[in-house]
Design a protein around this ligand. Structure first.
Ligand code: SF4
Ligand code: SF4
Length: 286
């Protein structure tokens, strides 16, 4: 089973919860430890909690068009087909803007003169290695200044080859943009982490809307959930989203997390709570 952990906004404790869930699913059953995938490729930070030894690293690139001016007739077909405005024909010049190119290959395929070839442009790396308690840890790291997170997330998804019974946990980036959708598309279930504030509710609604649009079943964890904030409960009830766990705010939790400790390390009783949450998800989504 593949579970994505997302939140419409940053700072909800999403990564703390995703990593705590992963640690809770090690031991206690015959299933292999989970695969944990940090899809927040612009600012990966799950390694702080899971402490992997990143023994593998390989670059990820996209294919950038290269125009042969000797064959180009400046017909403009490549610019017409490019949805990202990454190629333009200006008089007797055809220009490629690599920072805008998504490497889709459409211009190469449709150039009537065969004037476009492609060369690989590096956008980041994928790293992998064993983490705490045998977790198979994978993460993508986008090069600084690169805007293309999605190709790295897609490549991460391709690298996931779970063993029978092995759970995959995908830690999504914050927000509701393309990288989040790319992460959700690889999941069977979505855990939405929110906090009981008006901002939390606002962004929870957006994230729930994305999940509904792609038909992904979802449930909610309310973090720092001391409340009272009945609007979260009312929204979840109206949207058919079960609230699976409430984690109250505690000073000890905040202090521990600031020191790079995990929730289950600070409060070991959460191990059983996360296992039970996983069982509930697995039972209800067979
Ligand atoms: S489609 Fe090919 S021939 Fe036409 S402008 Fe683009 S590169 Fe040149
Ligand atoms: S590869 Fe795709 S995104 Fe890049 S310039 Fe060509 S059509 Fe545009």
């Amino acid at each position: 089973m593949r579970i994505a952990v997302a939140s419409g906004k940053g700072g909800t404790g999403k990564t703390t919860i995703a990593t705590s869930l992963a640690l809770s699913l090690t031991g206690g059953s015959s299933a292999p430890p989970p695969i944990f995938v940090d899809c927040d490729v612009e600012a990966p930070n799950a390694h702080i909690f899971l402490k992997p030894r990143l023994v593998q690293s390989r670059p990820v690139g996209i294919m950038i068009p290269v125009v042969d001016e000797r064959r180009c007739t400046y017909c403009g077909k490549c610019a017409e087909v490019c949805a990202y405005h990454a190629i333009a024909v200006l008089g007797k010049k055809t220009l490629v803007f690599p920072q805008l190119c998504h490497g889709c290959g459409s211009c190469t395929a449709l150039c009537p003169e065969g004037a476009i070839s492609e060369s690989s442009g590096a956008i980041g790396v994928i790293e992998r290695g064993p983490a705490l308690q045998g977790i198979d840890f994978l993460r993508g790291v986008l090069n600084i200044g690169q805007p293309m997170a999605v190709p790295i997330i897609r490549e991460l998804q391709r690298q996931i080859e779970p063993l029978p019974g092995q759970v995959v946990i995908l830690d999504a980036p914050p927000g509701t943009s393309c990288p989040v959708v790319a992460t959700m598309r690889g999941a069977d279930y979505l855990l939405l982490v929110t906090e009981p504030t008006p901002f939390g509710l606002h962004d929870l609604k957006l994230a729930a809307q994305v999940a509904a649009e792609i038909g992904l079943p979802a449930g909610v964890i309310v973090n720092r959930g001391d409340g009272p904030f009945p609007y979260i409960d009312q929204f979840c009830a109206s949207a058919g989203l079960p609230i699976l766990m409430r984690i109250p705010f505690k000073r000890k939790t905040a202090e521990g997390i600031a020191q790079g400790k995990n929730l289950v390390e600070i409060h070991p009783e959460y191990t059983a709570a996360f296992r039970s949450l996983f069982q509930q998800i697995a039972e209800n989504n067979k």
